[in-house]
Design a protein around this ligand. Structure first.
Ligand SMILES: [Zn+2]
Length: 80
């Protein structure tokens, strides 16, 4: 289904992935919690504008983008 654009796969690392439905949803970017796999949605006008500016600088008009931040909640001990 990922090829049809119905479900978007978000890679957490080389072995882990999470999936989300993307039909008819308003654009958002995500921060994925590497421990729980939970995806927090956000939209930031400054980041959106910056991505368009970068594409323009490289000689492109931006049609779409995906931004996934992957992180660990502050104060949470990591492995090891
Ligand atoms: Zn975005």
């Amino acid at each position: 289904m990922t090829d049809l654009g119905i479900v978007q796969r978000l890679m957490l690392d080389d072995t882990q992935a999470t999936f989300e439905l993307v039909i008819g949803r308003q654009h958002h970017d995500q921060l994925v919690d590497v421990d729980s796999g939970q995806a927090l949605e956000f939209r930031d006008a400054e980041i959106e504008a910056l991505q368009h500016a970068i594409a323009k600088r490289l000689g492109y008009d931006l049609n779409d983008h995906r931004l996934v931040l992957i992180g660990r909640r502050r104060g949470t001990c990591g492995p090891g």
